[in-house]
Design a protein around this ligand. Structure first.
Ligand code: TXA
Ligand code: MG
Length: 318
């Protein structure tokens, strides 16, 4: 079947209350009709996601947001104009017509317009906003290829749209406008620096104080193999006899004493590193290693999102 035909079939499934995995520019999502509480309930069930963790509604046009929220503050409008379609989610006070199951009972709703042709056609053809978390079992790494979804949720999903690898590779940045001041709830594909260029300083939630982004739990985005941040040649030697994998940010200048190495970006480019991050961890996780050691990346631009995911994957954030 051609892409266009598969998308029509997928939209039909969504309209009938089914669930479809679809590509976005960040990661694959697991989508259902955002107005259909039963369909959304199936998404929670398949992901084994706790019901207190709200979902993002995906729209195909900025004007679609108006019916979902009470108002769009001017700073939120500026970000939408600048970054949509793209990896930015805004949290706004919701309108009554948004089912409580989508927002886990919160008075606010997270919305975004993805920058991916398949996602946008799917939403348009479904004629409804699509509620979708990342298409992974709760707590595990987000999928950045259709194959990742197939491996973990394949038989439980009505259809998987294959759009190839996701170009951004980390989830959207979440900025909340549900309080007085804009607040960064999750670093992601649009950097904090880019956001502050448009609307000035935003509050940053201290990690342990994020009740409004309940998805940010310890050992989120986590593989099965233990991960330790930071490494050195000395630490590699101290693990002699153990099966060690190394997740390197850039190409090491000499050969290293470990069982397997994954290089995120040969030349040390943060965008390239973000795009390869989850697939590289998955490959390491499949090797039955004792430990994955990680070279940290600079915490600027996309490096902030990469380090956030790595800290969670290693269980460093509680
Ligand atoms: O890039 C992305 O955002 C991907 C793609 C599929 O769009 N989606 C994604 O969804 O990462 P998910 O469900 O894995 O993460 C959404 C995060 C969760 O941490 C959730 O707690 C938070 O958004 N969230 C959703 N609604 C919220 C709300 N009303 N207030 C605060 N946080 C919210
Ligand atoms: Mg997720």
């Amino acid at each position: 079947m051609k892409d266009a035909e598969v998308i029509l079939k997928a939209a039909e499934i969504i309209r009938r209350g089914g669930i479809v995995a679809f590509p976005t520019e960040t990661v694959y999502g697991l989508g259902a009709n955002g107005y259909d509480p039963l369909a959304v309930a199936r998404v929670f069930e398949v992901k084994r996601r706790p019901s207190f963790d709200p979902l993002i509604l995906h729209v195909a046009d900025p004007s679609d947001v108006e019916k979902l929220v009470k108002e769009i503050p001017s700073d939120a409008k500026k970000l939408i104009e600048r970054f949509w379609p793209g990896p930015l989610t805004v949290v706004l006070l919701k309108e009554e017509n948004v089912p409580d199951i989508v927002t886990a009972g919160l008075p606010s709703i997270a919305v975004r317009m993805p920058d991916h042709p398949m996602a946008l056609s799917l939403i348009k053809e479904s004629r409804c906003p699509i509620a979708a978390p990342s298409a992974n079992p709760f707590g595990y790494l987000s999928p950045t290829e259709a194959e990742h979804v197939r491996e973990q949720l394949g038989d439980q999903v009505d259809l998987i749209l294959d759009g190839g690898p996701c170009p951004v590779g980390v989830e959207s940045t979440i900025v909340s406008f549900s309080e007085d001041k804009p607040r960064l709830l999750r670093p992601g594909g649009i950097s904090l620096e880019e956001i502050e260029t448009i609307i000035g300083k935003v509050e940053i939630s201290p990690i342990e104080d994020r009740p409004s982004a309940p998805g940010m739990l310890s050992r989120h985005y986590a593989p099965r193999t233990p991960i330790v941040l930071d490494w050195s040649e000395k630490s590699l030697d101290s693990y002699k006899g153990r099966r060690i994998g190394l997740l390197a940010f850039r190409e090491p200048d000499k050969s290293l004493n470990c069982n397997h190495i994954e290089i995120l970006s040969k030349k040390g480019d943060l965008r390239e590193a973000a795009a390869s991050l989850f697939a590289a961890i998955r490959r390491l996780d499949a090797l039955s290693l004792d430990l994955i050691l990680v070279e940290t990346v600079p915490e600027v631009g996309l490096g902030r999102a990469i380090m956030d995911r790595l800290r969670r994957a290693s269980g460093l954030i509680f």
